[in-house]
Design a protein around this ligand. Structure first.
Ligand code: B1N
Length: 829
């Protein structure tokens, strides 16, 4: 009787729900108007573009929620091994276009909006970026989430819901200023607040030993308790019903905190103190390399890791009565060392809370963790001062000491008392400041250590982690990074996307990137050339309009659009680019009118943020403005050369800039860029690359051939000898000349630029002088080809055609099979 009653209830409910939401344009219009009236609370007869965006976003959100439910129900039934991806940063950018494209209902929505008197593109422009990350590493996480969803893997992403994303870059008189990005000000329709999914996270306090059931247990009595509340962000796959979840944690005051003060009458201060706790998840650290050992950063790391691990164990326990199957059902991926406290947290929960015993817990830890490092230099490795950890997380420090003790004992058995080696490999660094080496912790406890490109992995094996490689050669692998063609072609370059589908006769490449190689067969087809150039022209017009709107500068779309956009770093050598531009300017100035006719007109575009405390990087930005002012105001130069700095480079600006670029520059000193992913986005969009042989570029060369790119500069093995030469290194005369121009004040601010010039004359660690000659040659080669538009277009087609290997789908399939051991789990339609 009971089950019959249940069935009728379920049937009745299903009847009321009327099945799934409908996606025809009339239903979508009704839906949008419904949200205008009841979510945005505006009159359906009068609402503006932003309100239309909000209503539209909520209507898309409804569909995402539907799919999220189905996906989770399906996963729960199948109980596959799940991947948990832990990252402190995700650079998602906008969600609207991406979502409707992945759901396959963009055209229907565009139609619906049209009927209501709105334009999809204009409405989509209303959305702000979700910028919960710094640069390449964070955008990689976002691309990988898209691939994980599209390829139907059972996955959860975990991270922090920062209230302030990456700072906004505002330029005042050529100087970078930082402004807070309070991105949640206008609400965020893409997240689902889960007030019931919350965990307490403890800090400070002391650890006591207690006898429980005849066993010695460690009991951590915390000094501070914070609540972690889940915010779920649906990630829809393309061409599948699967929609996975990125769960971001926000800190909220805990009810358990400060009970004492409530009882002592200091009510006001008790409440105010609670508020401070929310700061844990409030700000994203804007330095993408330097590690400073800040307490708040460590708190952030532990806060998100603890909530995530508790959630993972809770989900496992929902369907399993013991931990036997834990390693068969759970894979934990550490995106760099930032989440590596998860290792100690899993140990703590399994040993202190679940009482599994150390050996059993340790055995599991060794089976579930994998680690990807994005670092190339020793200075980039995270270290946590022991004093800091001991006060903030006393129990975790004990656990790390125990892990290290066991590891050292095991090592001694293998290598004897080689103290140098033992101390290099130890998780604990003894020194002026005793600290925990987070990379060593991650390597010791992970079954797999991945680099992000082949050459990066070689550097890990021969330099950074040589001792570990010799000890555990089987642990070391690499998965070359990739980017998602859904965002970087389909969303951001609709013209190219339709063109590719037309010439391939299918849209299947959007899920199966290998098909792109078919374009090679048409690389010399004049019809394709015509259409290809047309698409580029339209994208350049779009970019030119943006440049004019932003800076007032009019640029000619017949000029070569030469772009370098990425974080500003000395090793990325934006300064080399600027010196090259000064040289070009100087040459043109000294030409007669006959020679000037042969100059290939260029619009040089530079963009990127400098970390707020990185003085040299900020000077590079100022120099760019100073040079731009001189060149752009020089009527004698006209359209032959223009220089623009695009402020506040972020994902949505990238979506505009990349499709409009002819040439893109990737100039890192060999051995410094672990991978680089910007180059892959440009490559997909048919931009030719001017690059050093570093990071992933080396693999791009293998794929499209050196004759399809403009390569220059010292190679990895040549760098040490060049550095050795120091100030006696011979540099081209042109180099000294352009640096002198800066020093002598051709662009003003000579005192301010002095220290910048000093970094490249004398020591010149990043070898700008050494590479300047070959840089100019590569630039000249690019000019030469640009004049031959047929050749250029062919190279451009071959760039896109060869970009398939750099789709994040490839990276993810490789990780799934070789590192995580997970299988697709596709929710039926
Ligand atoms: O990660 C990217 C690579 O393509 C780049 O080559 C690499 O430089 C970048 C601390 C980082 N490495 N380290 C960081 C980011 C934030 C932070 O707080 C370090 N980012 C990279 C993707 O593999």
């Amino acid at each position: 009787i009971e089950s019959a009653e249940k069935r009728t209830k379920a049937e009745r409910m299903f009847g009321l729900l009327d099945g799934f939401l409908k996606n025809d344009s009339i239903s979508l219009q009704k839906d949008i108007l419904h949200h205008v009236a009841y979510t945005v609370a505006r009159s359906p007869f009068s609402f503006d573009d932003f309100e239309a965006y909000q209503a539209l976003a909520h209507s898309v959100r409804d569909r995402l929620i539907e799919r999220c439910h189905d996906t989770q129900i399906y996963f729960n039934n199948k109980d596959p091994k799940r991947l948990y991806f832990l990252s402190l940063e995700y650079l998602m950018g906008r969600s609207l276009s991406n979502s409707v494209i992945n759901l396959g209902i963009r055209d229907q929505y565009a139609d619906a909006l049209n009927q209501l008197g709105f334009e999809f593109e204009v409405v989509a422009e209303q959305e702000g970026d979700a910028a919960l990350g710094n640069g390449g590493l964070a955008r990689l996480s976002a691309c990988q989430m898209d691939s994980l969803a599209t390829l139907d893997y059972p996955v959860w992403g975990y991270g922090l819901r920062y209230q302030y994303g990456l700072f906004r870059q505002v330029i005042v008189d050529g100087f970078q200023h930082e402004q807070p990005d309070y991105w949640l000000n206008f609400g965020n329709p893409w997240e689902i607040e889960r007030v019931h999914v919350s965990y307490t996270v403890k800090f400070y306090g002391t650890v006591k030993e207690e006898l429980r059931n005849g066993e010695n247990c460690k009991v951590w009595e915390p000094g501070e308790i914070v609540e972690a509340v889940a915010y779920d962000n649906p990630i829809p796959g393309y061409g599948t019903r699967n929609t996975i979840t990125l769960r971001l944690w926000a800190a909220k005051p805990s009810d358990q905190q400060d009970m004492e003060s409530y009882n002592t009458g200091d009510y006001i201060n008790a409440v105010l103190n609670r508020h401070g706790l929310e700061n844990i998840s409030s700000i994203l650290y804007p330095d993408d390399r330097s590690y400073q050992g800040k307490e708040l950063r460590l708190k952030q790391q532990y806060f998100f890791v603890s909530a995530s691990v508790q959630d993972i164990i809770r989900r496992f326990k929902d369907t399993h009565s013991n931990f036997d199957e834990f390693p068969e059902k759970v894979a934990l991926q550490l995106n760099d060392t930032h989440p590596s406290l998860a290792i100690a947290e899993v140990m703590r929960l399994l040993v202190d809370v679940e009482h599994l015993g150390w050996d059993r817990a340790w055995d599991m830890v060794c089976k579930i963790f994998s680690f990807t490092t994005h670092t190339v230099s020793r200075e980039g490795l995270e270290k946590i001062p022991v004093d800091l950890l001991s006060s903030l997380l006393p129990r975790h420090l004990q656990i790390i000491y125990d892990i290290n003790f066991n590891f050292m004992e095991e090592l001694k058995k293998r290598i004897g008392l080689d103290y140098d080696r033992l101390s290099r490999m130890s998780i604990i660094e003894e020194g002026a400041v005793k600290s925990i080496r987070m990379a060593n912790l991650a390597i010791v406890c992970s079954h797999t250590v991945n680099g992000v490109s082949r050459v990066h992995s070689e550097l890990l094996k021969t330099r950074l982690f040589k001792d570990f490689y010799e000890h555990w050669p089987h642990k070391f692998h690499y998965k070359t990074n990739g980017v998602t063609q859904r965002r970087w072609i389909v969303v951001s370059n609709p013209g190219l996307s339709s063109l590719i589908s037309k010439w391939l006769g299918t849209e299947a490449w959007i899920r199966n990137i290998d098909l792109l190689t078919v374009l090679q067969e048409h690389a010399s087809d004049p019809d394709l050339h015509r259409e290809w150039k047309m698409v580029k022209k339209v994208n350049k017009m779009r970019l030119a309009e943006y440049i004019e709107a932003m800076s007032g500068l009019k640029v000619s779309i017949d000029a070569m659009f030469d772009v370098q956009t990425k974080r500003i770093h000395e090793y990325k050598r934006q300064l080399l680019n600027i010196l090259g531009i000064i040289h070009r300017y100087d040459c043109i100035k000294n030409m007669d009118s006959k020679d000037r006719k042969r100059v290939v007109p260029r619009v040089c575009i530079i963009g990127g943020k400098a970390a707020p405390g990185y003085e040299i990087a900020k000077k590079i930005i100022k120099l760019c403005y100073a040079v731009a002012e001189k060149i752009n105001d020089d009527s004698d130069i006209g359209d032959l050369l223009k220089l623009v700095f695009i402020p506040d480079y972020n994902v949505s600006v990238a979506e505009l800039v990349i499709p409009g670029a002819d040439l893109s520059q990737h100039l890192s000193t060999a051995g410094h860029e672990a991978s680089g992913t910007g180059s892959m986005k440009f490559l997909m969009n048919g931009c030719l690359l001017l690059a050093t042989e570093d990071g992933s570029t080396i693999e791009i060369i293998e794929e499209i051939g050196a004759d399809n790119m403009f390569l220059f500069g010292a190679k990895l093995h040549e760098v040490p000898a060049l550095r050795e030469e120091g100030p006696s290194l011979k540099v081209p005369l042109q180099f000294s000349r352009v640096v002198r121009m800066i020093r002598e004040g051709h662009f003003g601010y000579e005192d301010y630029f002095k220290s910048l010039c000093d970094t490249i004359e004398g020591r010149d660690h990043y070898l700008l002088g050494a590479d300047f000659g070959s840089y100019l040659e590569a630039q000249a080669a690019a000019d030469k080809v640009f004049v031959d538009q047929e050749k250029w277009t062919r190279m451009s087609i071959l760039s896109t055609a060869g970009s398939g290997r750099f789709s994040s789908d490839k990276t993810i399939e490789d990780y799934a099979e070789k590192t995580w051991g997970i299988q697709p789990c596709r929710c039926p339609l």
